[in-house]
Ligand binder design. Structure first.
Ligand code: GDD
Ligand code: MG
Length: 502
């Protein structure tokens, strides 16, 4: 019987499962001490990398989005330095082990997980560069959680710095209830709502509250079946932050586009598709959104249009912690496309001064749920530039297969976050920029009616785009109070930390 899960809620479900031995509880860890702030042990630095040099950026007020760059070498000789015009005529940039290691040692990598096999999650975590602090935010069945924390405990013995929290931790829910993000908590269960976006929000708050020295936060899915790609993802995040335009103090987001997604055919062969089924729908609409906001496509020397937004659904992305606290986030799988919507609205469309509360439903655009929280602070216009970098990796992305219903829900949530997120601009005059957005919304609506069908996929039941719940920025929460509240989860809940020193 395990004693590693301390939440009464979780322990009850675990009774009788066997699983972990008592000896596992005796290993000293700060999980059994009073939790203050996590600090890093000595740094282990690794990783060279070469990318194509930063391409053109397009500005939308304070939002700057760079055209995609690509990883061209996963390891390289440090002596070459920056090299221009190699082979394909493009400039490339070399990032040294020290440069990337320095950034990785200031990075938290969040691994959201739900029902993946333990060995798959372990391999993903093992592939994260050791300088990074890892937060496993789990929404697994309660009986599986002790095995996950035991796996982390073992990894922590080899120098990794690891934190685990369960999304259904009552202490975590209580910490949010006392904050402007109380809408993250499902009032019927008194736990944080289900959803990938919700788990990521919990992890960001945890990182900000307990690891204030970590400047960057990245996200990698737990269902990755090719762990080597995870090492590349983290290094690519660091390379993005090391790009020359990523000046100190700037708000930066690095979004990854996988080289391909291999699809296994029945005859055993692989098709390497360039874009996933969801991205194929969401990216073109984001491009239309930016075109409606003044984007002029670039062309290559031979006249081809340079792809612009290629990372609408980038599950693998990273950002400066300041930006993570500033962004409003969408529920579930709408979280990634909504980044663009929030940044466009707050960087370009919104007037510079803060709007009065309640003018828009306080950041909550959930029509379906219909709830409102009058205490939620309204979104504010950006006060400094945000740079979005898009990086194409060398590794393909192998993950668990999902069915068409899942994919349809995912793109519908993404498009819904554009449609409802920009509802405020629906009455604008047609010849203004806002008017173009209003036209785009009409077309989105038409697309949804033609392509979205009922839950069971019946062809004749046409639907409107869903309105994903939007959470206000985390910057509104009192991190000291949040930390204080969550300290109880070390003893009485699911919060664990391994390989860390106080
Ligand atoms: N903590 C937590 N809570 N994690 C969750 C939850 C949840 O409620 N739901 C899903 N996850 C985790 C999964 O366990 C997995 O590790 C990761 O989030 C991605 O979930 P998948 O279900 O595998 O998503 P997907 O493969 O269809 O989509 C992924 O790629 C898209 C781009 O193609 C996601 O990362 C999407 O967000 C992304 O847009
Ligand atoms: Mg997946």
């Amino acid at each position: 019987m395990s004693a590693t899960v301390l939440s009464p809620h979780l322990r009850a479900s675990h009774t009788g499962q066997g699983g972990l031995s008592n000896s596992s509880c005796q290993t000293p860890s700060i999980a059994f001490g009073r939790l203050r702030r996590y600090q890093s042990k000595s740094l282990i630095r690794r990783g060279n990398m070469r990318l194509t040099a930063p391409a053109r950026s397009h500005s939308f007020g304070l939002l700057r989005i760079a055209e995609e760059v690509s990883v061209v070498e996963l390891d390289d000789t440090p002596s070459r330095g920056v090299v221009n015009g190699q082979g394909d005529g493009k400039g490339t940039m070399y990032f040294s082990e020290n440069q990337l290691g320095e950034i990785l040692s200031k990075m938290v990598i969040v691994v959201p997980c739900k029902d993946e096999q333990l060995s798959v999650i372990r391999d993903v975590i093992s592939a994260i560069p050791t300088g990074c602090l890892v937060i496993l935010v789990s929404n697994c069945p309660p009986q599986d959680y002790p095995n996950q924390t035991e796996m982390l405990r073992l990894l922590g013995q080899h120098g990794r710095q690891l934190v685990a929290v369960h999304q259904k931790d009552h202490g975590a829910a209580a910490a949010f209830l006392a904050s402007p993000l109380s809408i993250l908590v499902d009032p019927t269960e008194n736990t944080i709502r289900n959803g990938k976006g919700e788990g990521m929000l919990l992890a960001i708050a945890l990182a900000a509250a307990f690891c204030p020295a970590r400047r960057y936060i990245g996200f990698v899915d737990a269902d990755n079946l090719h762990p080597g790609s995870v090492t590349e993802y983290c290094k690519a995040f660091a390379a993005g932050f090391a790009m020359p335009q990523s000046a100190a103090g700037e708000d930066i987001m690095v979004r990854l586009k996988w080289a391909s997604k291999p699809k296994l055919r029945e005859d055993g062969s692989f098709d390497n598709v360039d874009e996933g089924r969801c991205s194929r729908v969401v990216n073109p609409w984001l491009n239309k959104l930016f075109t409606a906001s003044g984007y002029q496509p670039s062309t290559t020397a031979d006249g081809a249009t340079v792809p612009f937004v290629t990372t609408g659904n980038a599950g693998e992305h990273a950002m400066t912690m300041g930006l993570a606290l500033k962004l409003r986030m969408a529920a579930g799988y709408a979280i990634e496309p909504f980044h663009f919507v929030d940044l466009l609205e707050r960087g370009l469309l919104m007037p510079p001064s803060p709007r009065a509360p309640l003018e828009k439903t306080n950041g909550v655009i959930n029509g379906a749920g219909g709830f409102k929280n009058d205490t939620v602070p309204p979104p504010r216009a950006l006060d400094k530039p945000v740079h979005v970098l898009q990086v194409r990796t060398m590794s393909p992305h192998y993950h668990r297969a999902t069915d068409d219903t899942h994919i349809r829900k995912m793109w519908a949530a993404g498009l819904g976050s554009i449609y409802h997120g920009l509802a405020e601009y629906r009455d604008s005059t047609p010849d203004s920029e806002d008017g173009a957005i209003s036209e785009l919304r009409d077309k989105l609506d038409e697309f949804a009616r033609d392509n979205l069908h009922g839950e069971s996929g019946e062809k004749n039941v046409k639907q409107e785009l869903p309105s994903p719940r939007i959470y206000p920025a985390l910057e509104g929460i009192d991190l000291a109070a949040f930390r204080h509240q969550l300290e109880g989860s070390v003893k009485n809940g699911s919060l664990r930390a391994y390989g860390l020193v106080r």
